[in-house]
Design a protein around this ligand. Structure first.
Ligand code: IMP
Length: 431
């Protein structure tokens, strides 16, 4: 049996991971977040009801499924409270299903203030972050200044570390960004008060995941953001501050590489990105506007409009290799309905006029790349909610088949709408 399965985004995030995790969750025992924080926005639509999750794993709506937040996640207790409150108000017993690593670095209100102050001061050079404090929290993690969730169990130790961290943040806020200092007492007391609510969730996630493996249980590892936002392999510096690639699972929750059985990549049938940075196939015409409108391409976390463009096979070749992807789920095929023709980027022309089939390693070179397209015919029919491969228009099938051929990897599922059931299953990724 395929026991440990990674699901991750293969583009710049927003590929529709939440829906697929939720769809597969009936057949798993646990869902694990291993990186990122509440910058993510996973939208689930069940029976017409929309739920947006930012921090809590997408399995939380299912009875009998444990949801783990691994050590690789940066944890805002404030954001957690808001999300758990919303879930509980909707009748979901979130806390009964949620377990949090004692080693999660905390996101404090000062991380959020620093993130926003920096973006403001950068002006036109801004990254376009979600302003949730993610980058500053990861900086403190690698600088060994962070306070871990489990530290809050020890009042004296945690208070000293919190005060020292806030003092550093105040120095930056006042001296670097010309802002007022924040009240350390208020933050310290706030963190301990929040911890009281979530103390029972604090656990050793790596040990629990190991126990699940030994018991033969199936676990989904739910990536947030997408591969091109990976801090090492993405379009640096226009990236998030965590490892969004499959390698992030090992460091982000303590599962060894040989215990991963399948890597499922989620890819949109076209491309979108939020925030700044290179995007070779970006569309600035009416087709781009049409994709944004039909695909409801507005950020689930910030509400920002997403940039839209054609499917890019060039970076996908690299993404498939980086993550050792076994199979893909292609989402939002229905958004392409009604277009006369579709373009697929099969190579780039680099700044020297040379044709390349793999993205260049540096930001400047990537920025200079121009797409080389292959054109395919579009289709007129409505594919929303189609669940049968044979019910797709011929040209829609031809589009998916051409992409499978170019990418050289199985397309396991084609998703045709936001509803949980709007899927064409070609190959069951769980085996
Ligand atoms: P940060 O993660 O808030 O630091 O933002 C860094 C970059 O990642 C920005 O371009 C954000 O728009 C992008 N980003 C962060 N989270 C998401 C997400 O869940 N979907 C899409 N883009 C994201």
């Amino acid at each position: 049996m395929k026991q440990n399965i990674i699901i991750l985004g293969t583009q710049w995030g927003d590929e529709g991971k939440g829906k697929i995790v939720d769809y597969l969750t009936d057949r798993v025992r646990a869902v694990v977040r291993f990186q990122g924080g509440h910058n993510a926005g996973h939208t689930l639509v069940i029976g017409g009801e929309k739920t947006v999750l930012h921090l809590v794993p997408s399995g939380v709506l299912h009875d009998g499924v444990s949801c783990y937040i691994g050590n690789g996640v940066v944890l805002s207790l404030d954001a957690l409270r808001t999300e758990v409150d919303q879930l509980e108000e909707a009748g979901v017993p979130a806390l009964d299903r949620l377990f949090i690593s004692e080693s999660c670095p905390l996101i404090l209100p000062t991380h959020i203030a620093l993130d926003q102050a920096r973006e403001r001061d950068k002006g036109g050079e801004a990254i376009g972050t979600t302003g949730r404090g993610i980058g500053p929290a990861y900086e403190d993690k690698v600088a060994r200044r962070a306070v871990h969730f489990g530290d809050l169990n020890d009042r004296e130790y945690a208070e000293a570390r919190l005060r020292s961290l806030i003092e550093w943040h105040n120095f930056l806020l006042v001296e670097r960004h010309g802002q007022d200092a924040v009240d350390a007492d208020e933050i310290v007391e706030g963190q301990f008060a929040l911890f009281e609510r979530f103390a029972a969730q604090c656990t050793d996630v790596a040990r629990e995941l190991n126990a699940l493996r030994l018991a033969g249980e199936r676990v989904l590892f739910e990536g947030a953001q997408g591969t091109l936002l990976d801090v090492d392999h993405g379009t640096y510096p226009f990236v998030t501050s965590s490892n969004t690639t499959a390698g992030g699972v090992g460091s982000g929750c303590g599962v060894g590489p040989r215990h991963i059985d399948y890597v499922l990549g989620i890819v949109k049938a076209y491309t979108t990105r939020v925030g700044a940075g290179p995007f070779p196939t970006e569309l600035f015409d009416n087709v781009g506007v049409r994709l944004a409108e039909r695909g409801h391409e507005f950020g689930a976390t910030t509400g920002r409009a997403r940039r839209c463009g054609w499917f890019d096979v060039v970076f996908m070749r690299q993404v498939i290799a980086l993550n050792s992807i076994d199979g893909l789920v292609m989402t939002k095929l229905d958004v392409l309905d009604g277009l006369d023709e579709l373009k697929v980027c099969v190579a780039y022309e680099d700044s020297n006029g040379k044709e390349v089939d793999w993205p260049p390693g540096t930001q400047q070179a990537f920025q200079a790349c121009k797409p080389i397209y292959e054109t395919l015919p579009g289709w007129d029919a409505d594919t929303v909610g189609v669940t049968n491969w044979d019910d797709l228009p011929d040209n829609a099938r031809a589009y998916v088949e051409r992409l499978r051929e170019l990418l050289g990897v199985s397309i396991d599922i084609v998703s045709t709408g936001p509803e949980r059931t709007a899927n064409i299953i070609l190959n069951d990724p769980l085996g």
